[in-house]
Design a protein around this ligand. Structure first.
Ligand SMILES: *Cc1c(COP(=O)(O)O)cnc(C)c1O
Length: 425
């Protein structure tokens, strides 16, 4: 069993490491802000799926949008994972690491365009997760035109409430995602005789950062009931795509046991599909695989005081990691080389961007830091770099991947020249 995160202090007074690699050395070599990921940790989390779903046919289709670094896609591909994509761009990334991985790709998303559909048909992906009747009509037209039949799941909206942030909850009828599960049977029936559409699965995805197993069980139970009906209707439904959304704990002082969480998750899903022979489960984890394997390293630029309030100003900002600004998300922030003094400081930890919403933490107590010190913003491996922007004309951070004793650059820091390259003055 591995620790919850690969970022640990190997001994008292020694600097924070990722696996066996000291982070201060990485910051020295590659500069800050810097994303650091542990490949070993991601592969460990992937292995948990194989453990808890042993004996059940399944394929883990990693949700590329959580962290789309090519190097990460590459080792996940080598480990046999499939991919859940939500755009043509993500498909191009998967194809760039392995053309044959298309056979393990499922394509989700409410706004697929004709060029994206064509690319997916030509590359021979496993399944389209169709989210509307309009999309189904377009898919059928493109499939006929290219003479390439499309295997589909309807992404059904099971009307299940998942306790999470409203921006990342997707499984209620009022959300834009999926097709109302009560209408789904009629939609499947309508395509049953369409030779360019092969109904092969049912898919559900109820949201992200869901911390209990019950909503997954409830959604899968509804999807399984639909599969039973569809099989009675004579449709050869082989797949249940249970989506992603398995959550993690971002707080250091709250207990979290990934092994226990995933065991509960698996048992809820297994129970939902019991009695359905020859069903293959598709799973689309993103955050659970990569979030805790990554940290964002930043350097303290300034300390300042406005009235009674303290501010720690970092060289990283909301453009590098937007989760605190966007979702009021909590990220632990710890010093890379803790000082001996037990002094603490309560401060807002902010970036240089010209927005009051540019913060990583508010009124946070942390060990006293000084300008020049390094801090690690933990659990930044998911929805960090993949949501980064160039706001304030800030180049996006470099990324380093740690595997065993080795660390290597997997994306160089962007330059201002990169930023200006697409413009005409
Ligand atoms: C975002 C997304 C995922 C991954 O969600 P996580 O919470 O990162 O596991 C999986 N499937 C679909 C369709 C998604 O949109």
């Amino acid at each position: 069993m591995l620790p919850v995160r690969p970022f640990v202090y190997p001994a008292k007074n020694s600097p924070l490491t990722c696996g066996e690699v000291p982070l201060d050395a990485l910051a020295q070599k590659y500069g800050t802000p810097l994303y650091v990921y542990s490949a070993d940790h991601i592969l460990y989390r992937l292995g948990l799926f194989a453990e808890v779903f042993a004996g059940q046919r399944h394929l883990v289709c990693y949700a590329v949008k959580a962290n789309s670094a090519l190097a990460i896609l590459k080792f996940l591909d080598r480990a046999g994972a499939g991919f859940d994509i939500v755009s043509g761009g993500e498909l191009e990334r998967v194809l760039a690491v392995d053309k044959s991985a298309a056979a393990r790709v499922v394509f989700s998303g409410v706004g697929k365009t004709a060029p994206e559909i064509d690319l997916a048909l030509r590359s021979g992906i496993l399944l389209f997760n169709v989210e509307s009747e309009g999309e189904l009509a377009l898919l059928s037209e493109r499939a006929a035109k290219l003479r390439k039949p499309a295997r589909i799941s309807l992404r059904v909206n099971p009307d299940v409430f998942a306790e999470t942030h409203p921006y990342i909850s997707t499984g209620l009828r009022e959300h834009k995602f999926g097709i109302d599960i009560l209408r789904a049977r009629a939609v499947y029936r309508a395509v049953a005789r369409n030779r360019w559409i092969e109904p092969a699965g049912v898919s559900v995805h109820i949201g992200s950062q869901i911390r209990t197993a019950e909503p997954f069980g409830a959604a899968a139970t509804r999807a399984a009931a639909l599969i039973r009906q569809l099989r009675k209707d004579g449709l050869p439904i082989k797949f249940l795509d249970a989506g992603g959304g398995l959550g993690i704990e971002y707080h250091l002082d709250l207990p979290f046991h990934p092994e226990e969480k995933i065991r509960q998750y698996a048992s809820a899903l297994r129970q939902a599909i019991s009695g359905l022979p020859d069903l293959q489960l598709l799973l689309e984890p993103g955050r659970f695989l990569v979030a805790q394997a990554g940290a964002l390293l930043a350097r303290v630029l300034y300390l300042k005081k406005n009235g009674a309030k303290n501010f720690v100003i970092l060289d990283a900002a909301m453009n590098d990691l937007i989760r605190p600004s966007l979702y009021q998300a909590h990220h632990e922030i710890i010093p890379v080389a803790p000082r001996k003094s037990p002094r603490k400081l309560t401060a807002d930890i902010v970036g240089p961007v010209c927005e009051t919403g540019d913060f990583f933490a508010r009124d946070r107590e942390l060990p006293a830091v000084r300008p020049g010190d390094l801090v690690a913003i933990l659990d930044a491996g998911a929805y960090g770099q993949s949501l980064a922007s160039n706001y304030n004309s800030r180049p996006r951070p470099a990324e380093v991947l740690v595997q065993g004793k080795r660390a290597r650059l997997i994306r160089r820091r962007e330059t201002t020249k990169d930023l200006l390259a697409t413009e005409m003055a």
